[in-house]
Design a protein around this ligand. Structure first.
Ligand code: BGC
Length: 435
């Protein structure tokens, strides 16, 4: 469905994917968006719930050697404090809430499903509905049950059927409460990691960590979604997505199902640049999968410039975020255009954000990213929501608690939540329904 109330020209409607010719100048926020545009935040089970002890990551965080700077432990204790989080999000002005259901909790042993854990997520979703938030569910945000990793994860031939079985069981109970769902978070994440310059340097430690996990599990293997051997895992993961997609669509419940993709604005620099090659390496089969789903979840943080030699470092003097990448909120507009052009599907921005301890930079980032969303909508691209990463300062995977992406600070001892100015800023824009 397209925005119908905008004063755009027919020409732009015909060529919505072309870069704008206004030299980047943006009109100030205009008319509100159509009703039902989703405003909110995105979270992930392992990063906020705490004590996800049956997951592969929990083990990897706690073996020696490990790549993880610190273990997740209690995270934000959202497993117990989910209602407080949901009420906070609603009070800020949001109307949608992206979160993950944790496979490791729901299926603690192969084929054994925990009704009590499923009931937990029923309560989470009921709280969302009670407070006016549309529950946007991620079935798999990188973590898997420890038993699944120890049998080889998605490198195992049975993995598609096992993931689909989990999706079917979870949907049977939770489907009626969902507003939208995605199978995998950033299905292409292993590809993204593998093209990074640091990939080679960390490889020996990753191998040693996974070997320690295998040993601790009494297995000869241990496979992680992040560090998978794509030659063995990718076809299985694609099949797992397809089977899970069908299982979720079979219901109960009637809601859009998509897949989210880690997308960077891949910019070619100079003649003979390898931008297309890098795009192929980053996205692999996942754009085609998204084109078959109900929507694409665009997850964008920065740009990547590519010359004839490959990926370039950020420009000299560029502002870097705490995560080490370039502060470049305009990347979102480019990736929305790219996703729309390549898939023809509706877009939800399912993640976009910045790791920083300077909250004024988060506000600037949000405003510039939203200007790009507006430009896309003005051009007739079907963008249906903006879910900021993240609600809380949470467990940032291998970087532990040192990188802060939250609109809301979390005291590491008392778990007290304190909204930052950026939370109120984005909340105000959500209330006004203006990008
Ligand atoms: C992931 C999140 C992560 C965020 C910030 C995304 O790629 O989906 O889990 O915390 O980036 O690094």
């Amino acid at each position: 469905m397209r925005e119908s109330d905008d004063d755009q020209t027919n020409a732009r409607r015909l060529f919505p994917f072309a870069p704008r010719s206004d030299g980047g100048k943006r009109a100030p926020a205009r008319k509100p968006l159509r009703k039902g545009f989703w405003w909110g935040t995105a979270t992930a089970a392992h990063q906020i719930e705490g004590n996800n002890t049956n997951s592969d990551f929990w083990l990897a965080e706690n073996v020696k050697p490990t790549l993880f700077q610190e273990p997740s432990l209690d995270a934000c204790d959202s497993y117990h404090r989910y209602e407080e989080d949901i009420i906070l999000a609603a009070k800020l002005g949001f109307n949608a809430h992206r979160f993950g259901i944790e496979w490791a909790r729901i299926e603690p042993e192969p084929g054994k499903f925990s009704e009590a854990e499923l009931d937990h997520y029923v309560r989470v979703m009921e709280a969302c509905h009670a407070h006016g938030l549309a529950p946007v569910v991620t079935y798999s945000h990188w973590t898997v049950p420890r038993w699944f990793a120890a049998m080889g994860g998605f490198e195992h031939a049975d993995s598609p059927a096992l993931f689909a079985r989990f999706a079917e069981r979870a949907t049977a109970k939770l489907g009626p409460l969902m507003a939208a769902a995605s199978t995998f978070n950033e299905a292409n994440i292993a590809r993204v990691i593998q093209i990074r310059q640091e990939a080679k340097a960390i490889e020996p430690l990753v191998r040693a960590m996974l070997a320690a996990c295998a040993k601790a599990s009494g297995s000869d293997r241990f496979a992680s979604v992040l560090f998978a051997d794509l030659a063995k895992s990718e076809a299985n993961q694609v099949r797992a997505h397809e089977l899970a997609f069908d299982a979720i669509k079979a219901g109960p419940g009637d809601f859009p199902v998509g897949v989210t993709i880690s997308m960077q604005d891949i910019q070619g620099v100079g003649e003979g640049n390898k931008a297309d090659e890098i795009a192929q390496a980053v996205y692999g089969p996942w754009i085609a999968q998204a084109a078959k789903a109900d929507f694409v979840g665009v997850q964008t943080y920065t740009r990547v410039r590519v010359d004839a030699k490959g990926i370039m470092p950020p420009p000299k003097g560029a502002e870097l975020t705490a995560a080490g990448y370039e502060f470049y909120p305009e990347a979102l507009e480019a990736t929305i255009r790219y996703a729309a052009k390549m898939t023809g599907k509706p877009i939800y921005v399912t993640e976009n954000g910045i790791g920083t301890d300077d909250d004024s930079r988060r506000i600037a980032y949000i405003d510039r990213a939203l200007a790009g969303v507006r430009a896309c909508i003005d051009d007739g691209i079907d963008v249906r929501g903006y879910l900021h990463w993240s609600l809380l300062d949470n467990y940032e995977w291998v970087f532990g608690y040192k990188q802060r992406f939250g609109l809301v600070a979390v005291d590491r001892t008392t778990f007290k939540r304190t909204p930052k100015p950026s939370a109120l800023h984005l909340g105000a824009r959500a209330k006004a329904n203006r990008v």
